[in-house]
Design a protein around this ligand. Structure first.
Ligand SMILES: Nc1ncnc2c1ncn2[C@@H]1O[C@H](COP(=O)(O)OP(=O)(O)OP(=O)(O)O)[C@@H](O)[C@H]1O
Ligand SMILES: O=c1ccn([C@@H]2O[C@H](COP(=O)(O)O)[C@@H](O)[C@H]2O)c(=O)[nH]1
Ligand SMILES: [Mg+2]
Length: 241
């Protein structure tokens, strides 16, 4: 069973968010937005003898998570697991869940936790690396709890790329990568889902003192200069080893 790693020393507390104001986001009933299949806890864990370092990378659609993950990989040698990319790979491989995943993504809703956690788990187990960036997951409190229950692991740090909605929409609509959800109708839905379901996860990690809030407006390099010290501090305090 994987051991939990103690929390990061607060070396970069200036960029930490102690409180996230949820006023105005108007939490809705999460069942409107998900296709969750709630199953009882199986008590399983990732079986490998590992002591992974896990960073969750969160933020709304188009906030720059994938772009910054590429820079973190290059600089700090993490393995990047984008939950969205793993789900899109499932669609392309014509798996049993492919049609359900495609329909869910088109609607901007959230794929059942057990599907996503299984995909992440598979990648982590087959990796020789022990440093993981999990990008775009957990998307909801239910996702978060499923991951903790199944893996027995918790993230060491959580990055939150904070950016106004109009900038997210602009970036998504000019992305031009052929994604089925990069259109104005789906983006509007994704923003609602983000506010209703992902912000509570962000608040949870803020309360646990694990959250690093990044101002995601600026050039890619300017934003990375906010990200870099978070991981440099980890190296200094030996959390990677
Ligand atoms: N700092 C930036 N300034 C301007 N554009 C950016 C910046 N960072 C990323 N982009 C661009 O914005 C678009 C969205 O970025 P990216 O794919 O990294 O976001 P994301 O958070 O992973 O989005 P999603 O959740 O939809 O996968 C891309 O076209 C990317 O090139
Ligand atoms: O944990 C996850 C991650 C993603 N999804 C679905 O995929 C799309 C696209 O995700 P990106 O992170 O923007 O690539 C997202 O809108 C969800 O529909 C998910 O269900 N669970
Ligand atoms: Mg992405």
């Amino acid at each position: 069973m994987w051991r939990r790693v103690t929390s990061l020393l607060p070396l970069v507390s200036s960029s930490r968010s102690s409180h996230l104001n949820q006023a105005g986001y108007g939490l809705k009933n999460w069942e409107l937005f998900t296709t969750e299949i709630l199953t009882p806890a199986k008590g399983g864990t990732f079986p490998k003898e590992k002591n992974p370092f896990i960073a969750f990378v969160l933020g709304g659609p188009g906030s720059g998570k994938g772009t910054q993950c590429a820079k973190i990989v290059e600089t700090f040698g993490f393995t990047h697991l984008s939950a969205g990319d793993l789900l899109r790979k499932e669609i392309s491989s014509n798996s049993d869940s492919g049609t359900m995943i495609l329909d869910t993504i088109k609607e901007g809703r959230i794929v059942p936790s057990e599907v996503t956690v299984k995909l992440i788990q598979r990648e982590m187990e087959s990796s020789e690396n022990y440093k993981f960036l999990i990008d775009g997951f957990p998307r909801s409190e239910e996702n978060r709890m499923a991951f903790e229950r199944i893996s027995g692991a918790e993230p060491n740090v959580v990055l939150f790329f904070d950016i106004p909605e109009e900038e997210m929409v602009k970036r998504v609509l000019s992305r031009n990568e052929g994604r089925v959800d990069d259109n104005i109708d789906t983006v509007k839905k994704r923003l609602k889902v983000f506010a209703a379901l992902n912000l509570p996860v962000i608040n949870h990690y803020s309360e646990k003192g694990k959250l690093f809030k990044i101002n995601a407006i600026g050039t890619v390099d300017e934003i990375f200069e906010q990200v870099r010290p978070i991981f440099s501090s980890c190296e200094v305090c030996g959390q990677f080893f």
